[in-house]
Design a protein around this ligand. Structure first.
Ligand SMILES: [Mn+2]
Length: 237
């Protein structure tokens, strides 16, 4: 039985703060922390939307989730969205502990095993799939019109979910998503060209020069913030 899911409607930030979307973090804790605290200097009026894949690949998935929990507990408005890596991790957990451990090992995420594991699983199982704002739609891979499962890419990332929403209304808004790795100049061009659908995943965990950034977008100003990967050891391969 598939679970039914309707995107969350949030509209504007009534508190008067900024609305900021952040691309795939992938366990790059130090970059994430620096982006939030130094580059963006977030405050409690701001709404922060994480566009999925907060964990895996980079080496500090547990610290990323610890920070999300800490911000929530301190009444920051942080809204994580589910990516294929959160979904896969929850699926792997349901396949028995050996499978789960192998999965985590493959994605550099063994640090999630420990006394907070249940808390982490509870946290990510509550990540939303899609958040609709007054003029934007935020999700991990964008909306693929006409597909049976419109929030998925070709690999079918959310097979157990039946999405219920008004496709025409949602796809008429600007879609900001993650999942597809782009260079920062490609992302800058998406803004300059006023594209209606684009990714802000700049491959933070990657070691090559072109990538290795974590990107944030102020949705009201359409202003980009790029955080260069903070530490060499956030990438293993
Ligand atoms: Mn990703």
């Amino acid at each position: 039985m598939k679970k039914e899911y309707t995107p969350v409607i949030m509209g504007k930030n009534e508190g008067g703060g900024r609305r900021i979307a952040i691309g795939d973090i992938h366990g790059c804790f130090y970059s994430f922390e620096s982006l939030l605290k130094e580059k963006l200097q977030i405050n409690k009026k701001d709404q922060i939307f994480l566009l999925g894949d907060t964990i895996d690949k980079g080496l500090n998935s547990a610290l990323v989730l610890d920070l999300i929990i800490d911000l929530k507990e301190n009444n920051y408005q942080i809204f994580p969205i589910r990516g294929n890596h959160e979904e896969q991790l929850l699926m792997a957990y349901n396949c028995g502990f050996d499978f789960f451990e192998n999965y985590l090992n493959e994605y550099n995420s063994l640090d999630l095993i420990g006394e907070r594991l249940d808390e982490y699983l509870g946290l990510i199982s509550n990540f939303e799939y899609c958040i609709e704002l007054d003029d934007f739609v935020l999700s991990h891979s964008g909306i693929n019109k006409g597909r049976i499962n419109p929030f998925t890419d070709l690999r079918g990332m959310f097979p157990d979910v039946k999405f219920k929403f008004e496709e025409e209304r949602l796809t008429s808004k600007i879609q900001v998503h993650g999942h597809l790795v782009k260079t920062i100049s490609e992302i800058e061009n998406s803004i300059l060209n006023k594209e209606r659908r684009f990714s802000i995943d700049s491959g933070c965990y990657l070691a090559n020069e072109e990538f290795g950034y974590l990107t944030a977008l102020d949705l009201d100003e359409m202003k980009l913030f790029f955080q260069k990967k903070k530490e060499g050891n956030e990438n293993k391969d």
